[in-house]
Structures are given as C-alpha cells and as structure tokens.
Design a protein around this ligand. Structure first.
Ligand SMILES: Cc1cc2nc3c(=O)[nH]c(=O)nc-3n(C[C@H](O)[C@H](O)[C@H](O)COP(=O)(O)OP(=O)(O)OC[C@H]3O[C@@H](n4cnc5c(N)ncnc54)[C@H](O)[C@@H]3O)c2cc1C
Length: 484
C-alpha cells in the first residue's frame, strides 16, 4: 500500500476513472467490482482494510449467537433434556468474536486488491476542489468519485458524560471480560440485540430508551421483543429523559427524570447513536452538501457534484441515512450500474429489508401498517401466528407472527415478521415488495414442509378467507358439486 504520509517528493497526481474513498463494506464492494471490469480504480483506506463497520457487525453478530446458545441451553428442559446452568468463559467468547470477524480478512487484503488492479492509498482523504481529492501529498484527479466513509459512534449526549469512556458497536468486540452491569443508551436495533446477548451471557443489563424501544418499527411486533427482554431480566426505562450523568470511581451513574428522580448505575456504558463520518472530507470544497442524515444524494446516489456519488452509511438525502449492512451492498451495485454501465438505476428504498437480531427476531420490508395507512388509505392486514405452524410447535418456537399489509387491490406494501428466523423468512417478501407482487401470487407458492416458511404461505392464503363467506360463491360451488 502506498504510504502517502511519507515526506518524499510530491508524487504525480493519479488519474483513475474511479476513486473510492473508504475501504469499508460499501467501498470494498464497489472498488473490487469496478476493478474486476477493468476500470482503473484508486481506493483510499484510512483505517486499513479491516477496520470497518462490516468487521464490527460480524463480531456483534457472533456475540449475539453466543448469547443465543446460552439461552438455548437454559431452555433445553422444554425438550426433556437437562444439563445445568451453562458456564460462560468470556475470554473465549471474545476469541469467538475475533474468529468470526477474521473471515473477512482474506477478501480484504491489500494483495487481493492489488492483484485486481486497484491502486491503494493509505490515509485520510479530503477534497481539494470539485475535481480532486488529496491524501497527504498525493493528489487524485478521478473522472468519478464514490464517498464510502461510513458512520462513527457519537458520544452520549448527556450532561456530565462528555469525557466518559463508553463502549460502542465498534468496540464491543474488544471486551475480554464480561461487563458486570451494562447500561445501554438508546432503543435502536444493534443496541437491543447486544443488550439481550450480554444479559444472556451474565451481565446485568439496563436499557434506557428515551424514544422508546425500536420506535421506527411495528409497535405490535416490538411488544413481543419487549416481553422477551423483560422475561430474561433486562431492566427497561422507556420514554424516560436522562437528566445528567456522573462517573463515580470509574463507574457510570445516570439520573433519570421522574418524581422522584431515578438513579441507574453501571460498570459499562454502551452508546448506540452514530453520525455520518464525513467531517474530515472538506465536502464544501468539493461542492458537496450534507445534513444530519449524511451526504445529500439524489435517487441515483449522486451528490451536488455530478462527478461524486455517496454510498453506504454516509449517504443521506434520498438514501435516507440508513445503516443496514445490506444498504452498503445495494448502493455499491447501484453506482456500478450507473457510473460504469450508464444504466438509469435508482434507489428502491422500499425494498431494503431491516433486521433486529433479537430473539424473537424482528424483520421488516416496505411500509409498516401505520405508514401504509397514511400513504395508501384503505389497506388490508393479513396475519398468521407462529403458534399455528407445525415446525414452530415441534421446536417450541411458537412466539411470533407475520403481518402482511396490502393495498385494496392486493398489492403487497409491507411485511413485518417477529419470531424465530424472521431474518431468513423475510427474503421472499423483499422480492414481493420490490416487484409489487399481488398477495395471491405469493399464496400460489409451494413451500417445503414442515418449515417455518409455511407461516408466510398461510398468511398469503388468508387473503382468500373472505371469499369463503360469499353467498354467491358458496352457491356456485354447491351447483358445481352436482356434476360430481
Ligand atoms: C449488529 C450490528 C452491528 C453493527 N455494528 C456496526 C459498527 O460497529 N460500525 C458500523 O459502522 N456499522 C455497524 N453496523 C452497520 C453496518 O455494518 C454498516 O451499515 C456497514 O458497515 C456500512 O458500510 P460502509 O461501507 O458504509 O461503512 P464502513 O463499513 O464503516 O466503512 C467506512 C470506511 O471508511 C473509512 N474512512 C472514513 N473516513 C475516511 C476518509 N476521510 N478517508 C479514507 N477513509 C475513510 C473508515 O476507516 C472505514 O474503513 C452494524 C450492523 C449490525 C446489524
């Protein structure tokens, strides 16, 4: 990798077709695909090729999986099996997280990218003007730029906690000892899943969610996640304002509004708010604007500067500032089609699935019931409970339901699933929402049995239920029966 910070004579400007800023999930996907198509590409990496949200996300997912194993062991008695309380060796859980994140390394080595023909530059990029960026003393004048700088954790916005050492999603994987008492600030997906995992692994966890638990999700489905957290011993403070914080003897103490005020104390604090990582880019010199959602882009992911795209977690405006990992891949593919193949690809935000890795898991695509009612007026809501599914019964995973929202013609507007494997079960519904399919087309799918997928099939079939009570149709069936 070129070390641009060296005090060597000023190198000649690089003039690739594409310059990708940020070697995280979105940047790596775009740079490797562009280079594979023979496009001269420069990739700028500030924190190496592995210091990315993708690695942090994998570690977090590994921690959540460890928590799920502990819980499964605790619940084995339901199957007639007993093995005693599971013992957690947190140092080994840490190693498990590291091993999970390490699988990314072979795909993100400097050698692999060099072999693909990508020119790598180590360092922090900033715009010099509308046509070029600079890293140290290296200038890059590219035909197109893609900003893929991701997001970074925000310090807790609580008076008295400005200097507190806090954990974020990025640093949770560095824990080698179990936090005794963990306070999670915020009610967002990653924080909720991590809170549940650490409670299962033996921490005493308190969640303080000023805006409530998962406020942007279907309230009925969130109710099941809330119930599970409380059942497992997580302490919840929802809708409660945090007035101030204190840090007595290295601990964290939060004072919550109320009559009287409540005090929550912990050994560790996990803060889950993030902001787009764009402050160092000197965007205004590049003719690029931003707001709280991130870099403002249009539906083609173009910024105010025609040469420059923004992708992944740093993209705001029409991209909505979404942080789902799937967004990074979706954006990379879209820019590849637009910039290299000149295709008129546009954001299809409605079809981006969202996932909370809690148990029960929560997954959604398209509009929620409330959004659909606001947008489409008359909607139909179809649902099917896990409890009516053979496999769910056999596996004792009966908590949950699927909810389909259609317009009055039957077009699927949105789907929410809460329950086991929700993140897997949402996949066909992503296709359905993206393609604007009719629910009756989904009802015609033949599904494997026994499987949890049958929950989806039964929900779709329930669209026909009103027909069964139509007197005219019943008379017609009666008439046809006479012919054998
Ligand atoms: C359970 C869970 C946990 C998650 N944890 C995290 C997490 O900890 N962190 C996170 O970001 N996302 C996390 N996510 C979300 C997801 O991983 C991100 O949405 C995804 O990584 C975004 O990809 P990206 O390429 O936009 O950004 P990233 O993968 O974060 O990559 C951005 C890259 O740009 C580099 N960069 C920044 N500024 C510059 C600059 N000026 N010049 C050169 N390089 C620069 C950074 O060093 C980084 O390597 C989590 C999701 C889930 C479900």
């Amino acid at each position: 990798m070129t070390d641009s910070s060296a005090t060597a004579p000023k190198p000649a400007p690089l003039t690739p077709d594409l310059c990708v800023i940020g070697a995280g999930r979105a940047g790596l996907a775009l740079a490797s695909a562009a280079a594979a198509f023979g496009v001269p590409t420069v990739l700028i990496a500030r924190d190496g090729m592995n210091g990315t949200g993708h690695a942090a996300n994998l570690s977090a997912t590994a921690l959540i999986a460890a928590g799920a194993q502990v819980q499964a062991a605790r619940e084995m008695a339901r199957f007639g099996i007993t093995a005693g309380e599971p013992q957690v060796n947190f140092a080994q859980v840490h190693d498990h997280m590291a091993r999970a994140a390490a699988v990314l390394a072979p795909n993100a080595t400097a050698e692999r990218f060099k072999a693909l023909g990508v020119t790598l530059i180590a360092g922090e990029a900033r715009f010099r003007d509308r046509n070029s960026v600079q890293v140290g003393n290296q200038v890059i004048k590219a035909r197109r730029f893609a900003i893929a700088t991701g997001s970074r954790p925000l310090a807790p916005p609580v008076p008295g906690l400005k200097e507190v050492a806090f954990l974020s999603e990025d640093t949770i994987a560095t824990l080698t000892r179990r936090p005794d008492r963990l306070i999670v600030l915020g009610g967002k997906p990653a924080g909720i899943a991590l809170a549940q995992a650490l409670q299962r692994l033996g921490s005493a966890v308190t969640i303080i969610a000023e805006r409530g638990l998962l406020p942007d999700w279907d309230a009925e489905a969130v109710g099941l996640v809330r119930r599970a957290l409380l059942r497992e011993g997580v302490v919840l403070h929802e809708g409660t304002e945090v007035l101030r914080g204190e840090t007595p003897k290295g601990r964290v103490r939060l004072i919550l509004a109320g009559e009287p005020e409540q005090v929550v104390e912990g050994t560790h604090l996990l803060a889950t708010d993030r902001e787009p990582d764009i402050a160092a880019l000197d965007l205004e010199l590049g003719g690029i604007t931003s707001d709280a959602t991130g870099i403002i882009v249009n539906a083609g992911l173009r910024t105010g500067n025609r040469r420059v795209y923004a992708i992944g977690a740093c993209a705001g405006g029409a991209a909505g500032g979404l942080r789902e990992p799937s967004v990074a891949d979706h954006h990379a593919g879209l820019v590849l089609r637009r910039a290299l193949f000149r295709q008129p690809a546009r954001l299809g935000a409605a079809a981006i699935p969202r996932l909370v890795q809690s148990e029960p898991a929560l997954a959604a695509v398209g509009l929620s019931e409330a959004e659909a009612r606001a947008k489409a007026g008359a909607v139909t809501v179809l649902r099917w409970p896990y409890a009516e599914n053979d496999k769910a019964q056999a596996e004792r995973r009966t908590e949950g339901f699927i909810k389909l929202v259609t317009d009055k013609r039957g077009r699927i507007l949105g789907v929410t699933i809460v329950g086991a494997q929700a993140g897997e079960l949402i996949t066909p519904w992503s296709i359905a929402v993206q393609k604007g399919l009719d629910v009756k087309e989904m009802a015609g799918l033949v599904l494997p049995a026994p499987s949890l997928s049958e929950i989806s099939g039964r929900a779709a079939l329930s669209a026909f239920a009103p027909l069964a009570t139509k007197p005219g149709l019943r008379r017609l069936i009666g008439f046809l029966r006479r012919f054998g």
